[in-house]
Ligand binder design. Structure first.
Ligand SMILES: Cc1cc2nc3c(=O)[nH]c(=O)nc-3n(C[C@H](O)[C@H](O)[C@H](O)COP(=O)(O)OP(=O)(O)OC[C@H]3O[C@@H](n4cnc5c(N)ncnc54)[C@H](O)[C@@H]3O)c2cc1C
Length: 384
């Protein structure tokens, strides 16, 4: 609990993976930092994450190009790729023990997206100087064992245990002087260029800057129209024989909407998720879990018949989305010195890293034209 009022350079609201990346980075840059969380940090959506740390975003480069033109779309993809590379370096620099493994991705044909569409997507990625190779039906079957029309194989992604990563980052931030406080931030007041954060206790936090890293519980004064909450479901199998898993332990995801995603774990399980629903109510979501487990199990049996489909865990969680698939990062319109760090979609953690670097730059007064691509008040175009 907050036992006294505090003055700090930056108050971060939320101590999940987004808040912990922010805290590590800002404290390393020399800011005094306070992280406020009303629950145990990490036990929000961070714990539910399957933590496929991909640079390919939920919207393909072709889709983003249709929405915003090639240059802007290519910039998003390059920033996302640099974010996964930055995260990889961060984990290595601190020697963080969180089952972190670099992995390639397999973006596999599904629904209306076949070899022709994947080939066009890859040509666009090459034009943006992004890596990747097309696997035809024969080479996908021969090299990876998947029975799909085609796939794009790309290097440069990763997997991790999100909770261990988040807790380790908070510990490192703590070593840099960050204070972690158990409190509910209930209101924010502009006080002559600073922000007073009202908490559930009688004390306040007087901050030069506030970063909202509250996951899917967005304060009412933020709420852009392009943002919706839905639900995602995931299962983990029992341990598999290592030689029953696919080569290179690639992160696999389908080129469809909504998509199926799966990866292996350090202890040889398969985690498979998807079956997203446009539902925000946790009770309705929980009630659907049993049925979703059966569906995910059936899908696993179809896509990777060699697996034992015995399930060890099943879970679900809130999943924030925007209509263009891009995160919401930057100043909150109409609120001075309050920044939002909402890294939505299946790349949530990649975007959390990006948010930590962008917001640190903004706090230091840096302005870049490309920051607008992720701004909360950008003109958001929607895929039809
Ligand atoms: C099933 C599932 C699978 C996913 N798979 C992937 C994946 O493979 N790859 C990927 O990159 N992303 C994935 N995601 C998305 C990813 O998990 C999220 O983007 C990420 O966890 C968000 O982290 P966060 O720190 O922003 O939010 P959270 O972890 O939810 O943390 C927010 C924190 O803020 C605190 N808080 C909120 N409001 C207040 C307040 N007023 N005062 C104090 N504290 C407050 C909460 O208590 C919470 O601890 C998945 C999500 C789900 C649900």
């Amino acid at each position: 609990m907050l036992a006294e009022s505090i003055r700090t350079d930056v108050a971060i609201i939320g101590g999940g993976i987004t808040g912990s990346l922010m805290a590590e980075h800002l404290s390393r840059l020399g800011h005094s930092v306070v992280v406020i969380d009303r629950e145990q940090p990490g036990l929000g959506s961070t714990r539910a994450s399957t933590a496929m740390l991909q640079w390919e975003t939920d919207s393909s480069l072709s889709e983003l190009t249709d929405l915003y033109g090639f240059e802007r779309a290519a910039n998003v993809y390059r920033r996302s790729r640099a974010a996964v590379a930055g995260l990889t370096e961060l984990v290595a620099a601190h020697g963080i023990s969180c089952a972190f493994q670099p992995r390639p991705t397999l973006y596999i044909a599904a629904g209306d997206v076949g070899e022709k569409e994947l080939s066009e997507e890859l040509a666009l990625r090459h034009r943006a100087e992004l890596p990747g190779a097309l696997l035809s039906y024969t080479s996908l079957r021969r090299d990876f064992g998947f029975d799909r029309e085609a796939a794009i194989l790309s290097p440069g992604s990763a997997e991790a245990d999100p909770l261990l990563l988040s807790w380790s980052l908070l510990r490192i931030a703590g070593g840099n002087g960050t204070r972690i406080i158990d409190a509910d931030a209930v209101n924010f007041h502009d006080e002559g260029g600073r922000v007073l954060v009202e908490t559930s206790s009688q004390h306040v936090i007087d901050a030069g800057h506030v970063v909202l890293a509250t996951g899917y519980v967005m304060p009412h004064f933020v709420m852009p129209a392009c943002h919706t909450i839905s639900s995602s479901f995931a299962i983990s199998t029992v341990r598999q024989q290592p030689d029953q898993l696919w080569p290179e332990r690639a992160l696999v995801w389908e080129a469809s909407e909504p998509y199926l995603y799966m990866r292996t774990t350090a202890d040889n399980r398969i985690v498979i998720g998807g079956e997203d629903e446009e539902i925000a109510d946790p009770q309705v979501r929980d009630a659907m879990l049993a049925d979703k487990v059966l569906r995910l199990r059936e899908k696993l049996a179809r896509i990777w018949p060699a697996a034992s489909a015995e399930i060890s865990h099943a879970w679900c969680g809130a999943f924030g989305e925007t209509s263009d698939g891009l995160p919401l990062i930057g100043p909150v319109p109409g609120a001075s010195n309050i920044y939002a760090a909402y890294g939505y979609g299946g790349n949530g953690i990649t975007f959390s890293y990006l948010a930590s670097r962008m917001i640190a730059a903004m706090i230091s007064g840096e302005k870049q034209a490309w920051f607008e691509d992720f701004a909360l008040d950008r003109t958001v175009k929607s895929q039809s």
